[in-house]
Design a protein around this ligand. Sequence first.
Ligand code: ZN
Length: 264
Amino acid sequence: MCCFTGLETDRPAGTTLSGGYPFHYAKFITIIEAKNYAGTIEFKPEFNELIQTKEGKQKGIKDPITQVKRQMQHLDFWLRQHHYPSIPLRYFTTISNPTTIIKAPSSYKDALEKVIHVEQINTKLLELDKTKGDVLLNNELMIKIAQQVLAKNETYDKDVLEHYKIERADIITGVCCPECSKPGMKRGYGGWICPVCKKYSDDAHVEAFCEYALLFGSRSTNRQLRAFLGINSREVVAKMMDDLEVKRVGEKKGRVYMLDRLLE
Ligand SMILES: [Zn+2]
């Protein structure tokens, strides 16, 4: 088992490689996202946020699960980029205040299973360690990864837009051509046609949905996806979501698609 904690660059002081475990091998890398919420927190997956109630006041906060999943995406990408074996990644969000009450709808499994009080983390990690899985990292490899990640303080885990100070409006949207990589494929003949190289693709939108999820978070409305793809038809997007078996919550205009599945 190998844990990287506190890798967020706005908390460099907390950057540590978990020292509590005499690790000699690893089946997973676990990212632990520590949060210090007090009061009561209630997850609202349909809005991609949680509501904190403290001293009679309510506040909306970005869902930390989305954040940690994005970190996993970046870490996975980073590992592949550095030619490491494909290592299963796991995560927990720990709440450091022991009196914080955590609430989540029973349908939101990630919140129920992965958001825990910090004192539970040892038990959870030991449980995880007992689960089946091939040992993929030896000590040497783990230390190498840890050194690389920590020494360079790689930015795989940052909120992309925040980090690069990109305004949402500045993002070049549209479906990119799988042949020439240019954005702006046009919808036609039941698929996509590249205005530059004329290549036809019937599934180029899948990559665009993944990009959307990585940039803006994995929950989206039909309208937001239409704007991103540059098409007008609500039905076309609804059909694509159906074909990709994307989960949804809500009805009609309030419907939200959960794009997480596409990032798995
Ligand atoms: Zn092209």
